[in-house]
Design a protein around this ligand. Structure first.
Ligand code: HEM
Length: 141
């Protein structure tokens, strides 16, 4: 679980992310689909071209869900329980894709907030996103 210092880092970085959440979510998905094209197979019904309305809408939903996790940082499991069921039972997303998405979100954060993205911030967000991913994939087991 996260240390007090890591929680502080996540919450304070989120206050910056939330001001440009849609942009960050969209860029994260654009990076995901261009670097890891296999992730596109889960979205056959989407227009995945850069800047498409569906990509932007979905990017904003994904980042909003990360925000829900930040707001319930002490209880991410219950905050994301419905999403966990969706990804496990309905969407059946291969868990490796969560690592790819988390990586793309980290890269996006680094590029939007270069001065804030110290090694400690990087490490805290990496840990937090692995907790979020763990919650969204735990129902597979
Ligand atoms: C749907 C969040 C990872 C594939 C969603 C929704 C949210 C969400 C909020 C919308 C749920 C709804 O409409 O009620 C997240 C978060 C993730 C994550 C926070 C990780 C941090 C992934 C990954 C994939 C994926 C790695 C596959 C590459 C999908 C698909 C949908 C979906 C296919 C349904 C899209 C649609 O038809 O509208 N996700 N997701 N998700 N997610 Fe994820």
């Amino acid at each position: 679980s996260l240390t007090r210092a890591e929680r502080t880092i996540i919450v304070s970085m989120w206050s910056k992310i939330s001001t440009q959440a849609d942009l960050i979510g969209t860029e994260t998905l654009e990076r995901l689909f261009s670097c890891y094209p296999q992730a596109k197979t889960y979205f056959p019904h989407f227009d995945l071209h850069t800047g498409s309305a569906q990509l932007r809408a979905h990017g904003s939903r994904v980042v909003a869900a990360v925000g829900d996790a930040v707001k319930s940082i002490d209880n991410v499991t219950s905050a994301l329980s419905k999403l966990s069921e969706l990804h496990a039972y309905v969407l059946r997303v291969d868990p490796v894709n969560f690592k790819f998405l988390s990586h793309c979100l980290l890269v996006t954060l680094a590029s939007h907030f270069p001065a804030d993205f110290t090694a400690d911030v990087h490490a805290a967000w990496d840990k937090f996103l692995s907790i979020v991913s763990g919650v969204l994939t735990e129902k597979y087991r």
